[in-house]
Design a protein around this ligand. Structure first.
Ligand code: HPA
Ligand code: ZN
Length: 330
């Protein structure tokens, strides 16, 4: 099974590039940029990654991002992730970035986008990995700040495919951002949003009805509402599920209690993703392996999950079909 997980072509649809910052690179960049970080060693960093909730993670994740200063830092960060994609047979990736985490520290929007984009272009050419970029609004910040970020994105519209919504979920429902997402849709951006990670099913309803999302990020609490579950199945609204993340942040008690396969069997279009791999103990293959070890996912289920990753992507119908046919041959 490990062999099959490795070999299957896969798409990743829920990956925060800032969450792929490995402790080694964090140290290198801290030294280069003279940024102080509250750790003495890589081991000490790893020991600090003991989370009790989404917020306990976010505090450390935003602090880690402080070491990213120059365009080459964003390039190096993204390139390192793409090399792991190559090693794990991820052939297409749709990457989130959080512009406000950087612009609020005085880093130019352009620096962030150019650094990430140059690595994505190099990966397309040299590694054969295709990609899209999705920028997220931080939901703990205001609607006005989201509007300002949307405005800043306009000169780079050709490099950004869509808009998402992340950060602290509970207390910051999608309804607070209805108007800015309406504007984003008018501009032509694809829309996704984190919902139903820690927040209840009402957050998922709002993401669907008010933001008009094409995908839900996480969405694992959709099974608390029978009507919502039926709706998601009927409309085949994809969920980008992140198993290791959910257990690390205690959204789910333990991996053997994760509902991803239950949702799959009910007909939900679920996908497997790594979220913030440097912080949660694994990239995409480790997430699939966790399902094998704890939920005994079988070969056909694995293939369906890999096919779903392409079905749920923003690739053309032709590219989707290509990869789905490839997976069918395993
Ligand atoms: N949830 C919300 N915000 C985030 C996450 C997440 O899993 N990862 C990075 N920002
Ligand atoms: Zn996420």
């Amino acid at each position: 099974m490990k062999d099959l997980i490795q070999k299957l072509p896969k798409a990743e649809l829920h990956l925060h590039i800032e969450g792929s910052l490995e402790p080694g690179l964090m140290f290198d960049l801290a030294l280069k940029n003279s940024i102080s970080i509250p750790y003495k060693s890589v081991e000490e960093v790893r020991n600090a990654y003991n989370f009790t909730s989404l917020q306990s993670f976010l505090d450390i994740y935003y602090a880690g991002a402080n070491v990213l200063i120059t365009e080459s830092d964003f390039f190096d960060l993204t390139w390192a992730y793409l090399l792991t994609c190559k090693a794990q047979n991820v052939v297409h990736t749709e990457i989130f970035f959080d512009p406000q985490t950087h612009t609020n520290r005085g880093i130019a929007f352009k620096t962030v986008v150019e650094g990430i984009t140059k690595a994505l272009q190099k990966a397309e050419k040299e590694l054969g990995i295709s990609s899209f970029l999705i920028m997220c609004f931080l939901r703990h910040l205001s609607e006005a700040e989201a509007f300002e970020t949307l405005k800043q994105s306009l000169p780079f519209k050709d490099k950004i495919l869509g808009i998402g919504l992340d950060s602290s979920e509970v207390g910051h429902p999608p309804s607070q951002f209805e108007r800015v997402f309406e504007e984003a849709r008018k501009i032509g951006y694809k829309i996704v949003a984190h919902a139903g990670e820690e927040g209840d099913s009402s957050y998922i309803w709002e993401a669907i009805n008010l933001l008009h999302v094409e995908r839900i990020d996480h969405g694992i609490r959709c099974d608390e509402d029978e009507k919502l579950l039926d709706f998601i199945i009927k409309k085949q609204i994809p969920l980008t599920v992140c198993p290791l993340s959910n257990v690390k942040l205690r959204a789910v008690k333990s991996m053997d209690q994760h509902n991803i396969l239950k949702l799959l069997h009910k007909g939900v279009l679920v996908t497997v993703n790594s979220d913030d791999p440097a912080y949660f103990g694994g990239y995409i293959n480790e997430n699939y392996e966790a399902l094998e070890e704890n939920l005994h996912v079988n070969k056909e289920e694995l293939k369906t999950l890999a096919k779903n990753s392409f079905k749920a992507s923003f690739l053309s119908e032709e590219r989707k079909r290509h990869f789905i046919e490839l997976i069918a041959q395993y």
